[in-house]
Design a protein around this ligand. Structure first.
Ligand SMILES: Cc1cc2nc3c(=O)[nH]c(=O)nc-3n(C[C@H](O)[C@H](O)[C@H](O)COP(=O)(O)OP(=O)(O)OC[C@H]3O[C@@H](n4cnc5c(N)ncnc54)[C@H](O)[C@@H]3O)c2cc1C
Length: 231
């Protein structure tokens, strides 16, 4: 571990230096394996890569939000220091950014579901992407909104990117476009003007299912909707 960045009061980015150059696609994850006293084998959990696959490097960022009462995430968020080693295996996953499909794209993320979407946005920014990307993201308040400052910067810098924040527990937050959870009305207000043709949705299973249903009702076919459930 070469750095630990605080993304939210309960979430960190762990910057890992791997033995080899990491060859992955934006949206993929690594399995992290942590030895637990009394358990015969390390316990494994999936954590998505937040960094861009380009430029190729042996350094990757994974994003971890603490699940209260969980076995592994509290250790990763609170129990590690720079210089520690952790075992990772990967990359894995089919929830991947497809740059061949150059069409208006919607990204929908809640909580740590933002991690693989951020890898996609960073990758798009690094490779001169040009068609519309609309991000709709949800957090309880701005302190808990992953990558908020970098997203604001990227939104200003790139004409193709537009970020919509939904903040659920801070009615006075002026940076939020909406003060409620992501719902069908919010998605419609983003999808229709941008003529969105494909979507990536990531986060808690209930949010992913609701958003998929809403997008299907707006006419996106199942092949146009990629999902990753963090369960
Ligand atoms: C493909 C994929 C990618 C992912 N990417 C990320 C990511 O980028 N960032 C991220 O933060 N997470 C990510 N996750 C989720 C992550 O893998 C873990 O599931 C999460 O961190 C919780 O793990 P944990 O060991 O802390 O909790 P667990 O020990 O698995 O517990 C989860 C919950 O179940 C409860 N629980 C556990 N045992 C019991 C019991 N016996 N009875 C009742 N309740 C119980 C716990 O209190 C806790 O609330 C991803 C998941 C998947 C599938």
């Amino acid at each position: 571990m070469i750095a630990i960045l605080q993304e939210a009061p309960d979430a960190v980015t762990l910057r890992l230096s791997l033995a080899e150059v990491a060859r992955f696609r934006a949206g993929q994850y690594y399995n992290v394996r942590i030895p637990i006293p009394g358990r015969p084998r390390p316990i494994q959990r999936a954590y998505s890569i937040g960094s861009s696959p380009v430029p190729a490097s042996n350094v990757i960022d994974i994003g971890v939000k603490e699940t209260p009462g969980g076995l592994i995430s509290p250790i990763l968020v609170n129990g590690l220091s720079v210089g520690d080693s952790i075992e990772v295996r990967g990359p894995y996953g089919r929830f991947v950014w497809d740059e061949e499909v150059d069409r208006p794209t919607l990204l929908v993320g809640a909580g740590s579901g933002m991690v693989p979407l951020m890898s996609m946005i960073r990758y798009a920014a690094a490779t001169g992407h040009d068609s519309a990307v609309r991000l709709v993201c949800s957090a309880s308040d701005f302190n808990h909104a992953f990558y908020a400052e970098e997203l604001a910067l990227l939104d200003r810098r790139h004409h193709w990117l537009s970020v919509t924040h939904c903040i659920t527990r801070d009615p006075g937050e002026s940076r939020a476009a909406h003060h409620r959870r992501i719902d069908a009305g919010i998605l419609e207000s983003v999808v229709r003007p941008a003529a969105v043709e494909r979507a990536y949705i990531c986060g808690p299973p209930a949010m992913v299912e609701d958003a998929s249903g809403s997008l299907a009702a707006l006419g996106l076919g199942p092949e146009a909707i990629l999902t990753e459930k963090f369960n």
